[in-house]
Design a protein around this ligand. Structure first.
Ligand code: SF4
Length: 290
């Protein structure tokens, strides 16, 4: 099974989005820019883990010059190594198209970023973004990471201009009680999407954790966190679940981070996942899992 890695370079994104799981998580000293770049190069070439996909969280660059340089360097490093190797899919996640501006200002042209990324996931889109989306889709695929709140009109409109879209559930964090209001809104939205035409529905991918929770209830098999999916946090600690805010042991060296991946591979955080129970309305399931 090929492994998927998600790298979160910094806790200091310039944005302050409500419910940001990075800002809400445990925070220790961040790894240096040099170690982060080494980690990125390592993931592309190592034979220790069967790396099939790496996602870099390309957050809005903050004003702090040291952090800004680190984030720009991380993206630059990933794009460079992606250019000269094959076998690893490179994905980036961004908040909105504006996020890319400081990277472009630092000398990474939009076309360069897009043509060496296999997927760009964007959290916020509006009709004003349509011309730029058209340009980007000449070079790569675009995913819209959409979290439903009020109505689905805008989401439906923007579906035409992206290749796919994850329809996401708001998550409170691993082992935490879920927001039942958010689950209701999510389910209502799902019913509405169910009535759309097939070409629209084909682009919508249901939140991976919800899909895994449904699968677990049917088959008893949980999600791939800690098995083939790992999340590397800014302080070098590693979790399987992206929503595990409690964290593990920080690391400041490449050896330490690699060791943390091996330690995380011996855990199975899904055992503490509250989504199967809360989503199905059978919260008592949590006791069985815990
Ligand atoms: S344990 Fe798996 S299914 Fe549960 S929240 Fe984490 S990634 Fe999602």
């Amino acid at each position: 099974v090929s492994h998927t890695f998600f790298i979160q370079p910094t806790y200091q994104c310039a944005l302050n989005c409500k419910g940001c799981y990075v800002k809400e998580s445990l925070q220790n000293t961040e790894v240096s820019s040099e170690i982060l770049d080494s980690l990125i190069r390592y993931l592309w070439v190592t034979e220790k883990f069967n790396v099939g996909q790496v996602t870099l969280a390309v957050d809005d660059v903050p004003d702090d010059a040291v952090v800004a340089a680190k984030m720009i360097s991380a993206l630059k490093t990933a794009l460079q190594i992606q250019q000269v190797t094959s076998g690893v899919e490179f994905h980036i996640t961004i908040n909105s198209l504006r996020t890319l501006q400081k990277y472009i200002d630092s000398g990474l042209p939009l076309e360069y970023i897009a043509s060496h990324s296999d997927l760009i996931s964007i959290s916020y889109l509006s009709p004003a973004d349509i011309p730029l989306l058209k340009l980007i889709r000449n070079y790569t695929k675009v995913n819209y990471n959409y979290m439903h709140s009020k109505n689905l009109h805008l989401f439906r409109e923007m579906l035409d201009h992206v290749d796919m879209s994850y329809y996401l559930l708001y998550k409170t964090g691993l082992a935490k009680q879920n927001d039942f209001g958010a689950i209701d809104v999510f389910k209502q939205g799902l019913r509405e999407i169910g009535s759309w035409n097939p070409s629209e529905k084909a682009k919508v991918k249901v939140d991976g954790c919800v899909q895994d929770a449904r699968k677990f209830l049917k088959t008893g098999f949980g999600c791939s966190s800690n098995v083939s999916r790992f999340h590397i946090w800014p302080d070098g600690h590693v979790t399987g679940c992206a929503y595990n805010k409690d964290g593990g042991i920080p690391a400041s060296t490449l050896t330490g981070i690699v060791q943390n991946i091996s330690v995380a591979a011996r855990e199975y955080e899904f055992k503490r996942c509250t989504i199967p129970g809360d989503y199905s309305g059978r919260s008592s399931l949590r006791i069985i899992q815990g």
